[in-house]
Design a protein. Structure first.
Length: 377
């Protein structure tokens, strides 16, 4: 790196126009984001710096960038595709995208990238948006075909698409609860969808909770999803001849890396997956999930989230992109009786609630109130 820093070529007018156009929707950062050409970055980098490389960077340079909390993007052309490696404090992602021109980091690309970073999108999502952006347009990208393919951490090869899981109808009110006892309380109240999120490393306790929850849901109008414990769930489902009372499995991003997706698909159970932004949605879409959970929309205390609350603006953008690809979508994160109408107004057919039920003084009344906010089936 030289001591005579040279910023990357930037269409400043485009960046400023995008910030003015979308700042109210997504919010803007106080950071003064800057992009630098490889070899011309300043000696002192910070967490608002992006260093762009044509090809691979050496390990020492990458270590220096990482140590400063800055972002490195290595781009290379492979045929008619750009291959982009994004390294940030949130991890490393690799994408491939159609090459609209011969310049890896055109002034327009840099403008969109910096604008999206300033709009609070993490680096890997900002890269996805910059590659998907239609040249010459100010419209937010909603054409799924223009978005990159995830190469790392890919669930299937970029040129492949797995056999999809069985589809879900709109899941309506989706109650996420910590025990089978709660499932037993909610099934008689005709809650359309329930999820057992039982946190335990005790295998016997897990099996017992799954069996108890499944027996409560079997033959009812409630669809039961099991969170995380996919192996125990499919084993119990198989032991009941495929008529167990379990409707599906719900997994987080980390769970996907360890799950046997072929075994899950063969079980006939549905699969729902939590996502927290563009890169994760693109990653999961390749396996054809039954539904996507999008969030966290609002602040939540029920679990530690990898990203800041998304807000309704991002949620709306995610829905517009993903609904044609995975029709069953669920809004998650901090949804309560006050916020539920706003979530449903975006156009999803389902929203997950936790404390709106588990902390209600009168659970049947709370369920009745929440159910009344959904359109009649």
């Amino acid at each position: 790196m030289t001591r005579n820093p040279l910023p990357a070529g930037l269409d400043g007018a485009l960046r400023d126009t995008l910030l003015a156009r979308y700042g109210a929707t997504f919010g803007t950062s106080d950071k003064a984001w800057r992009a630098w050409v490889q070899g011309n970055a300043p000696a002192a980098l910070g967490d608002a710096d992006v260093v762009l490389f044509d090809g691979e960077a050496d390990e020492a340079t990458l270590a220096r960038i990482a140590g400063a909390g800055a972002i490195a993007i290595e781009s290379d052309r492979e045929g008619g595709q750009w291959s982009d490696t994004v390294r940030s404090p949130m991890g490393t992602w690799v994408f491939s995208a159609h090459a609209d021109d011969d310049t890896a980091h055109s002034p327009a690309f840099v403008a969109v990238l910096l604008a999206c970073l300033a709009l609070h999108f993490p680096a890997h999502d900002a890269l996805c948006l910059a590659r998907a952006w239609q040249p010459g347009s100010l419209d937010w990208p909603v054409d799924f075909a223009r978005f990159p393919h995830v190469r790392h951490a890919a669930l299937v090869a970029p040129e492949q698409r797995a056999e999809p899981f069985a589809p879900c109808p709109p899941l309506a009110l989706y109650a996420v609860v910590p025990s089978a006892e709660w499932i037993e309380r909610l099934v008689p109240l005709a809650v359309p969808t329930v999820q057992l999120r039982f946190k335990s490393d005790d295998a016997q306790a897990v099996r017992s909770e799954i069996e108890r929850a499944a027996k409560a849901a079997r033959g009812s109008a409630s669809r039961l999803f099991i969170n995380d414990h996919w192996r125990a769930a499919i084993d119990y489902h198989a032991s009941q001849g495929g008529d167990s009372g379990i409707y599906g499995i719900h997994l987080g991003q980390e769970d996907l890396d360890e799950a046997d997706l072929d075994a899950l698909r063969a079980s006939g159970l549905r699969l729902g997956v939590s996502t927290h932004g563009y890169a994760e949605m693109l990653r999961v879409a390749t396996i054809g999930p039954s539904y996507l959970a999008l969030g966290a929309i609002f602040p939540t205390t029920t679990k530690i989230m990898p990203t800041a609350p998304q807000g309704l603006g991002r949620f709306h953008a995610y829905v517009k992109l993903m609904q044609p690809v995975v029709p069953s979508l669920v809004g998650i994160g901090g949804v309560d009786a006050v916020r539920l109408p706003e979530v449903l107004a975006v156009g999803v057919g389902s929203a997950a609630v936790v404390r709106a039920i588990t902390e209600a003084a009168d659970v049947p009344a709370a369920v009745t109130n929440l159910l009344g906010m959904f359109p009649a089936a």
